[in-house]
Design a binder for this molecule. Structure first.
Ligand SMILES: Nc1ncnc2c1ncn2[C@@H]1O[C@H](COP(=O)(O)OP(=O)(O)O)[C@@H](O)[C@H]1O
Ligand SMILES: [Mg+2]
Length: 286
């Protein structure tokens, strides 16, 4: 029996885990193209640089691009795991400062289209990450889909990314409303990206928090504002993350602040439930 299988079994019989469980974060947005993947990659690097073992999972099944933003390509991806050709451990790629990357395959069908065995395999393999990393971050596709809600459900904290555009705000509000109604998220945090000034970003964030509190009776935590900066789009074109190329720039410092804010958070009740059980409940595996 492989070590991680034994480990999973120990978890199932309720023995104490060898290290603290990961803080699970899922990054979502209403509208697409607001900067999720960029945030995931740069945040992952920032956390790793601060000494936190961090694993990012490209869970944008269908339109994967963590590798593109990172400028690193990997031989294997989640599709190999789903098909049973590889173990998760074998497909993990390594980025800057030891950042661990679970690549997704573009064109992989959603969870709903997987066979029961494929789903079970994906669940069991993803659950092995729970005690292997300090931070486990899922990058998702835009909008409301079964996949996005499923990954939101697993998270200790869902981070909603918005831009100050009214369309982005409206779509994000609809998504938060759904998350709250479906009780799909323990904690909801907000990042305002592409802000023209810090004040403007904060004002956007505060308006959003007020709306959520007033109409959804849910406290959303504003964890950061990232400026609209040509450095960010240049970094994407050059496929070299800005926290590496311009560590002292405003966007890098802002991403660092988000990393610190996430690291200082207390753990939610999901921690008691455990990732494996959560995954099984979500995807219907038994
Ligand atoms: N803070 C920013 N400043 C300038 N451009 C940005 C910023 N954030 C994102 N972008 C631009 O938006 C594009 C889409 O970002 P991406 O992370 O792929 O969005 P998503 O994953 O939400 O679809 C990037 O390629 C980049 O050009
Ligand atoms: Mg993306």
């Amino acid at each position: 029996m492989k070590w991680d299988q034994a480990h999973l079994l120990r978890q199932r019989v309720g023995k104490a885990p060898p290290r603290p469980r990961a803080k699970v974060i899922t990054i979502v947005s209403g509208k697409g193209g607001v900067g999720k993947t960029n945030l995931v990659v740069n945040l992952g690097i920032a956390l790793s640089r601060n000494g936190k073992t961090t694993t990012i999972v490209d869970a944008d099944l269908g339109l994967a691009n963590v590798d593109v933003v990172l400028g690193q390509y990997f031989d294997h991806d989640l599709e190999h795991v789903i098909k049973g050709e590889k173990r998760l451990e074998e497909i993990i790629g390594f980025g800057p400062y030891g950042l661990r990357i679970v690549p997704s395959a573009s064109g992989v069908q959603g969870m709903a289209n997987m066979s029961p065995e494929e789903r079970e395999r994906l669940i069991t393999e993803l659950a092995t990450l729970e005690y292997n990393t300090d931070f486990l971050i899922f990058d998702t596709g835009a909008g409301i889909s079964r996949n996005v809600l499923a990954f939101a459900n697993l998270a200790d904290e869902v981070v909603v990314v918005v831009t100050p555009e009214p369309t982005s705000i409206a779509d994000a509000y609809a998504l938060v409303k759904l998350l709250v109604t479906a009780r799909a998220a323990s904690g909801i945090a907000l990042v305002v990206n592409r802000s023209l000034s810090i004040e403007d970003g904060r004002a956007t964030g505060e308006r959003f928090m007020m709306l959520a509190e007033r109409f959804l009776r849910h406290k959303v935590r504003l964890i950061g504002v990232v400026s609209d900066d040509v450095l960010v789009s240049q970094a994407v074109r050059r496929q070299h993350p800005f926290v590496l190329s311009h560590p002292e720039s405003t966007p890098s410092r802002q991403v660092d602040a988000i990393a610190r804010s996430l690291a200082g958070e207390t753990v939610s009740p999901i921690a008691e439930r455990g990732l494996l059980l959560g995954l099984k409940r979500l995807f219907g595996g038994r």
